[in-house]
Design a protein around this ligand. Sequence first.
Ligand code: S3P
Length: 167
Amino acid sequence: MLKTIVLIGMMGSGKTSVGKELAKKLNLEFVDIDHEIEKKYEKSVSEIFKINGEQFFRKIEENMSCKFIDGKPGVISLGGGGYINKKIRNKIKTNGISVWINPSLENIYHRINKSTNKRPLLDYKNLKKTIKEIYDVRKPIYKKADHIIKTKSDNKKIIVEKIIKKL
Ligand code: S3P
């Protein structure tokens, strides 16, 4: 691989678990951007949102994402809002290959609902509605990805096979 594979898509779409599996299969390094941010700032993404605000988070997300997309080829799992940022998108266009993991909203909902990782943008009292609203706004942008993996399966091995076939 000469270019970094960047997994994009909604929160709860499985970018991290699929990314780890894909990297293992291709013998590449795996980086999760949210995880790198949490390591550097010694705070959870939720805490950063609460203490410093979303705008601050978006800026450090931009810096961290661009740094890794510019780095040596590997597999990156981008935060759900990362691809909405034009600078990050352009960086991927020149240095990477974007892959949109696009499961059904039902699938995303179930995954988020059982996850212990509480996403600061979601209203957990109206979870389905909030997920759908965010998805509808972002869909036209996610659609710009180089590859789209539409999947009903929750099985990361099947999704990885689909990605490898596309690549
Ligand atoms: C966000 C998604 C989260 C995290 C932050 C904002 C978003 O990452 O970056 O809560 O705007 O969709 P995941 O997609 O890994 O959940």
